[in-house]
Write a protein that binds this ligand. Sequence first.
Ligand SMILES: [Zn+2]
Length: 208
Amino acid sequence: MARARTVGDLRERGYQRKSVKQELRDNLIARLRRGESFLPGIVGYAETVVPQIETAILSGQDIIFLGERGQAKTRMARLLTGLLDEAIPVLAGCEINDDPLAPICQACRGRQAAEGDAAEVAWIPRDRRYGEKLATPDITIADLIGEVDPIKVAEGRYLSDELTIHYGLLPRTHRGIFAINELPDLAERIQVGLLNIMEERDVQIRGY
Ligand SMILES: [Zn+2]
């Protein structure tokens, strides 16, 4: 069946939004029923790591891999994308992959108000729903979470305008999987910023 191309089309087909964790859980259960591994090519973890990851996904947890170099931590994180749906609908052109039926960024809310059910839908495949960053001491909140973009302000937008926001890596992976490598190397202040996101489940950029 051809995929919906507009918001109205998507709604008509009865599209139901799902959280990423629900998606992972549903697809993991389907794999387990078929007796398939979700970590193809990973050897030796069948009795230890794999059951723990399964438990974490089934219970909807965030995951920390703790181990030595070369123990396939990054590889396992990347393989988790195999548990995402093949593609999900987003509002076309959105920087943060907004749900077409419940957009959160100002640009999309504006588009939704102006175009309604005719607003265009795009489909993003699972391999584009993964973000990864190697933590280094020089990473800033702007890189990871976001910041007001001085160029947009210079172009005449007011600081109080949400459209001046430049989104960092994390919001750009909205509705996907985000992995940070070598977490302890991240400045403490930024770790605290991430903790807030994981606890409160929202991203704040300059008060927005
Ligand atoms: Zn948007």
